[in-house]
Design a protein around this ligand. Sequence first.
Ligand code: ZN
Length: 334
Amino acid sequence: MAKKHCPNCGGELNVHPSDAIITCSYCGTSFTPEGSEMKEHYALQVNYTERDALDTLKAYLVKVPGVDNELAQKISLADLSMTYYPYWVYTVQGDVSYRGIDRKASFRGQSGGRYNSIHWEWVAESGHQEQTRQIRLYAGPKVRGEIQNYPIATRSRRFFNLEEAKEHTANVLFSKVSEDAARQQAIATTRNLIYSRISRETERVEDARETFNVTDHAYIHVPIYHIRFNVGGGGKAYEAAIDASNGRVLYSEIPRTTGFKMKTIGSAIIWFAIMGFGAIMTYLAYEGFSILPIPGIDPQFLFYAGIGLTIIPAALGIMTLFLGFRGVTAERAK
Ligand SMILES: [Zn+2]
């Protein structure tokens, strides 16, 4: 940790060497370690109160399979805090004109509905690809994937307001990615998208002229609630995160009832028993015996049916266990 002074108010701040954009906790100004101010600093508005966030979480969890219907009454809050996560959002307009060659097949010597030879030749190709992309990059310290890959909503952005962050005693995280690095990454991502399109049309690009323009860019903080809760007076704590601007559940650990877990194990055992039956059936059919006391069934049929009865229930058993014991759930985009 090193000390830096805010170029606007002179306030002293603790800064980590990896911080690329620092936000002053006294006046809200954002600046680079070299001291140049960042004007395009936005935040999403806090539209959900702590109470709203908890209600949203309850309403969401009740619909998750295996969660107690009475969860809303049994939940108790252990901890609730807010963090502002930093993202870069770049709109990049890319334009690539290219010349290349492509392999084209021609068929020759048709006789009796058949071609005698396929002839390949290289054909000159040229084209143009134009795309505008909005690239979002998480810029803060390493966090859970749900936050790193969060497709943030950018429409409701406003200039960053320190008072709002203070009102929620929020922790404002600093960007580890500089404006220049973010810009380069956004252009590289757009370029890759355009070239993957081109590669579908041309086998080899021999010459290209490209231009990339950044039409809009912003540094945006997204306020996210972190909730820790207990259920029914139990000691186990569950964690969840809710977007404070739109109420989306980024993730939540799932408090499943014991009854549901027992049922899950029960169904998995049934699937694995069927799998065992299928395996024995396959083995016996292979040896020339039938597992079924019905005469006249083709052993080959029993063999293949046995394989199906082994693989399918095995997959269903594994899926049942996976879905029944999966620890975390996330809300899909609305
Ligand atoms: Zn300041």
